[in-house]
Design a protein around this ligand. Structure first.
Ligand code: GRF
Length: 203
């Protein structure tokens, strides 16, 4: 692995809450399953429990509260600046509960990933586990996809099914899906990093 390849593997991770997917990424890097480094973890909430996972691993954290910006675009511009200053190759949304404007999406074309607990295009948006149960589905799952300007709609990178079993509640289903998320997200990040480092974006 060359030095330049490593430099191209810098991640920016965006969170709003629990941060269990962030923790899974940190663990995958520590275990050598994901060849990358996390340059910065940004949370829009100062009280996001996930920030502790980053601090415990010695990763730089930044709280950027959307409440201190007049517009969504102003907020996104500030985030873009922080991420570009740290030369991140890939932005990973990990339970980041803010819609991204074109200002953000256009700053990292094809280089923003999201994880969603359903088999997209099924059950986008909020409460996908409850949506699956309400639909009487026999199966749901996990999707990692490239972020574009539409919510939960960009090109799929990886998907994995999770069976729905009798007696499942939104919570039991979410727990089983989450186990799969924690394996799938680092694997999908590795796949995308391989692609983007073969085709570095122009300066
Ligand atoms: C996960 O279910 C993820 O798929 C969704 O939000 C949840 C975040 O959980 N986008 P965590 O903060 O990573 O624990």
């Amino acid at each position: 692995m060359t030095h330049s390849h490593r430099a191209a593997s810098r991640l920016g991770v965006l969170i709003s809450g629990r941060g269990s997917n962030l923790k899974a990424i940190i663990d995958a890097i520590a275990a050598g399953r994901l060849e990358a480094s996390i340059a910065i973890v940004i949370s829009n909430r100062a009280d996001a429990p996930g920030l502790e996972h980053a601090r415990a691993a010695g990763i730089d954290t930044l709280v950027l509260s959307h409440k201190t910006f007049a517009t969504r675009e102003d907020y996104d511009r500030a985030m873009v600046k922080e991420l570009k200053d740290r030369q991140v190759a890939l932005v990973c949304l990990a339970g980041f509960m803010r819609l991204l404007s074109p200002v953000f999406v256009d700053a990292f074309p094809g280089r923003i990933l999201n994880i969603h607990p359903s088999l997209l295009p099924k059950y986008p948006g909020l409460h996908p586990q409850q949506q699956a149960l309400d639909d009487g589905a026999a199966v749901s799952g996990v999707t990692v996809h490239i972020v574009n300007k539409d919510l939960d709609a960009g090109p799929v990178v990886m998907q994995q099914e999770v069976a729905i079993v009798p007696g499942d509640t939104a919570e039991t289903l979410a727990d089983r899906i989450l186990d799969i998320e924690h394996a799938l997200y680092p694997a999908a990040i590795a796949l995308v990093l391989d692609r983007v480092t073969e085709h570095p974006s122009p300066k």
